[in-house]
Every structure is written in C-alpha cells, then in structure tokens.
Design a protein around this ligand. Structure first.
Ligand code: THG
Length: 268
C-alpha cells in the first residue's frame, strides 16, 4: 500500500495553530515522524478555516522542504492553492484533488501533465457523489479517458471513490469496496486507487479499530494506496500484514519490521 500521511492538515487544531503562528518546528516534526513511521508521501492541507490558503500552502511546502524531499500530496479544494503548492513541491508530486467537473478537471489535469505530477480524481460530478458503484466507475473511466488526451497514463491517476463517515452513512462503506473492485476493470493497466481512510471513523469512539478493519477489507478489494494516520502503530501493522496476505510481499518471521523498514528507506 502506498501510504500518504494525513497529519499535516489544518483540520487538526495543533496544525491549525502552527500554521497561524508560523511555527515551523511543529510542521517539520510531523513530516519527519510520519516518514519515520513508514509513509511514502505526505498530504499537505491548510484546513478549511484558513483565511489566506495560498500563502499558508506556500509556507507549509517551503517549511516541509527544509526537512525532507519526500513526495508531497498537495491537498486543497481550490485550484489556486494547489497550483501554488505544486509550483514549489516540484515534479513527482501528487495533486489532491480534482473532481470530474470539467471546470476543475481541465485545469488540474493540464497542470498534472505540464508539471509531471500524479492526479487524485474524486468520483464527484455536478450532482455530487453518485450513489451507485456503476456511476462512480463511469466517472472514473471518463476521467481516465480525458487524462489520456493530455498524455497522462491511467497509472498517473489515483481514483478516489470517496469514503464517508460510517456514523453518517453506514451503507456507503460497502459501496466504496465494490467501487474499488470496479476501478480495476476500467482500464488496462488499471489506475491506482486511494481513500481518505480516517473519514470513515470520524465521530465514532473506536476510530483506530474501524480504520484498521476497513483498510484490510479495502486491500482485499484492490486498494493500493491510502491517506491515513501513519502514527497509528496498530494500523501500520495491519497494513504490513495485508501485504503478506494479498501476496504483495514475501512472508518472513519479522514481516512487520521488514515491511516498515523497506518503507522507511523509500520515504527518507
Ligand atoms: N480523499 C482525498 N483527500 C483527502 C480525503 C479524502 N484529504 C483529507 C481527508 N480526506 C483525509 N485526511 C484526514 C485528516 C484528518 C481526519 C480525517 C481525514 C480527521 N481529523 C480529526 C477529526 O475530524 O476528527 C480532526 C480533529 C482532531 O483530531 O484534532 O479525522 O477522502 N483524496
């Protein structure tokens, strides 16, 4: 599983305050601790309450770059914020994210092609998140086709079926699983798939347990990357064991350590 660490997000109070006070140490420590825990990339999001999101994103990326050259996923609902972040984060970064709405998809897929970045594609259109698997897969296919016209391969894309809190919409978790399976069939080679795992357990009392259980289920349905909390050790142990059980890595007695060590080397 390609792991994108979720912690540098203004949704968290400590990060929100660090952004407001330009406290670089808090951000750099989060970058280093998540990479040491075995993630491959870092999500970077100013949070919904930022009043100057472009400036905040620029500061965040510059600050993180003082600590690491790791891959960054520049996460914002606004294209202008993503553009500012990508300009500093450089080639090989991840745009998080576009939807299938043309006013958004066109400029962001152009940016991905021009800046040599990968693109997370939310299966959302003008009507919102489709309820059925078939409609979400169709949106995925449409985005793969439009991206191909710009020279982007399916493997440059991460399709995101949108995970909703289980406390809000219990049925949607299973729709996500079936959509992940369907995403494998829309192109050859198939696109990557990604979920925001922690969305699922928001507002519940057993956050880690719910996230761990769903991660294992989602890997069985073909998930190959996730935005998650890499500082949750039990979750990272589950990630390692799914890779053994799905036949992606070779079993050995110390498979958890072997998996996390190999991640750490790549993330550093
Ligand atoms: N898909 C894509 N990108 C995403 C998401 C997604 N980026 C953002 C989000 N979803 C994934 N990241 C998070 C980060 C934090 C939390 C959930 C998802 C979270 N935050 C605490 C909460 O809301 O309870 C914040 C409170 C706190 O602990 O201080 O759970 O789906 N492509």
């Amino acid at each position: 599983v390609y792991i994108i660490g979720e912690k540098i997000n203004g949704m968290f109070k400590s990060v929100r305050e660090a952004i407001r006070n330009r406290d670089a140490k808090v951000i750099r420590d989060l970058a280093i601790s998540q990479l040491a825990a075995g993630c491959d990339a870092l999500d970077v999001n100013t949070g919904p309450s930022s009043s100057k999101p472009v400036e905040d994103m620029v500061w965040l990326v510059k600050t993180i770059r003082e600590a690491t050259s790791a891959t960054l996923a520049i996460d914002s609902a606004r294209a202008s914020v993503i553009e500012a972040g990508i300009a500093l984060a450089g080639a090989g970064s991840i745009i998080n994210s576009t939807s299938a709405i043309p006013e958004k998809f066109e400029p962001l897929s152009d940016l991905a092609a021009k800046a040599k970045c990968r693109l997370i594609c939310l299966t959302i259109n003008e009507a919102g998140v489709p309820h059925t698997t078939a409609e979400r897969a169709e949106l995925g296919l449409m985005m793969i086709a439009r991206a191909a016209e710009k020279g982007l391969e399916p493997t440059d894309l991460f399709l995101d079926p949108i995970v909703l809190p289980v406390a809000v919409d219990q049925k949607s978790a299973f729709v996500v699983l079936e959509t992940l399976k369907e995403f494998q069939l829309v192109s050859n080679p198939p696109p990557h798939t990604v979920i925001g795992l922690s969305n699922l357990s928001q507002g519940t009392k057993e956050r880690s347990l719910i996230d761990r259980s769903f991660l294992a289920m989602a890997v069985a349905y073909g998930l190959d990357s996730a935005i998650l909390n890499p500082l949750d050790e039990e979750l990272m142990r589950v990630v390692a064991s799914t890779q053994i059980l799905a036949g992606k890595t070779l079993y050995c007695e110390s498979f958890v350590k072997a998996y996390l060590d190999s991640k750490e080397k790549r993330g550093a």
